[in-house]
Ligand binder design. Sequence first.
Ligand code: ATP
Ligand code: MG
Length: 493
Amino acid sequence: MTTMPNWLKQRAFLTPERTAVRDGERAKTFAELYEASASWARRLAAAGVREGDIVAVLMKNRIEMIEIVHALFLLGARALLQNVRLTPYELGWQLDDSGACLVIADDGLADRFGGDGRVVTIGALAALLEADVPLKETVELDETATIMYTSGTTGTPKGVLQTYGNHWWSAVGSALNLGLHEGDCWLAAVPLFHISGLSIAMRSVIYGMPMYIQPSFDPKEANGLIMGGQVTIMSVVAAMLQRMVAELGEARYPDTFRCMLLGGGPAPQPLLEACKEKGIPVYQTYGMTETSSQIVTLAPEYSLTKLGSAGKPLFPAELCIMQDGKQAAPYEAGEIVVKGPNVTKGYLHRPEATERALRDGWFYTGDIGYVDEEGFLYVLDRRSDLIISGGENVYPAEIEAVLLSHPDVEEAGVTGVEDETWGQVPYAFVKRKQGAAADEDELKQFCRQRLAKYKVPARIYFIDALPRNAAQKLLRRELKTLIPEAEKRASRL
Ligand code: ATP
Ligand code: MG
């Protein structure tokens, strides 16, 4: 087992005066961050936290949340990071599933747990006296550091075990790809309870790099921070980037801004093209909770020639495409399978799911994609959402991307519906932009010009909002419930 010095303690020893984290109002050095974390750790010990415990954390993006995570590391406890958008039922389900012994919640979020006796608010924790306990000086790379539940896009969420080694190699792999520049500062506007946000906090302490926290995403402020040269790298999902590009107007980012790391889901082609036109340095990435953030990223020199690709594996990782138990040929679609020291050791209390996903050291992602002859990955869709129509594979994401490129369409979701002739046919659900009037015929015509006939949606419904989970991801499996009753009877579904 590999042992390392505790990251924050080591960082505070090596470069104590460097800025670790700032938000709009405050800044803390690594030395200050360590002192604050150590103090929380002693209070958490007073609240009963012991080595090996699972402790849930329900907090919004702020400096204290980073301190609490480090405090749990200093006690050897495991941080279960919970999404603040979850309902009380979902939060409670995660507590039961994980067996968490304590919950640390922002003062304003504690009521989400009803009267659960395990909840301690930040305010109450601050009022506790520090216990005189020894703090851990090391981390073991094989030990679980954090637990995050998957978004539950394809089924019931599963608790992903993320080890110190996973976080370490994720940070190292990212640095080997993006480099580390003097003056780098990473903007965290994505939630810290997701791996996209937490991985910024891990890189910050491992690299000795400041991070900037936005309590909640604000496109105008984010653009301002980039324009002012205060941040040099930012992590985004497509919807965030869309709003930033719209807000930016004709302005262009300065050269100090070197990386817009785009992940979390498919990247619409029109958005990538708009960014290319505006000179925004977009790095497409592919990753998931189970890979402790990116595992495949498009290196900068290919951002234009391989537009739409998620890139190649990070240096410590490997990738292959499996089809019918064999490695697929270039351009042949199959399941994306990955390997690397940033890949999870499994799911909490789910031996069968772990066995299904991890085979011979390879992790089966449940996503479909292909690689080109040079090994660049193109993500097509999730395996569970694949539509098979007349024997042809139809990827909902491809149809959604076409619909989204129509000027009247704000959001689009596609799912397969049973059909007597074809087995399944795609149905689309569209939210139009305000005041937009494109009707079903017009959108079908638009699709016909851009898609093979069997991919053109058999029906297009207009709805006010698409079903999304707490991670704002589209729940395609729920789209079918939106088909009007009359229609269901007519087609004898
Ligand atoms: P669940 O596993 O419970 O269904 P989830 O997979 O949505 O939830 P996450 O780990 O947050 O939970 O998301 C990872 C998934 O996001 C990937 O498996 C993939 O489907 C999608 N994704 C990530 N990056 C990309 C990308 N570049 N292109 C397309 N899809 C992506
Ligand atoms: Mg998943």
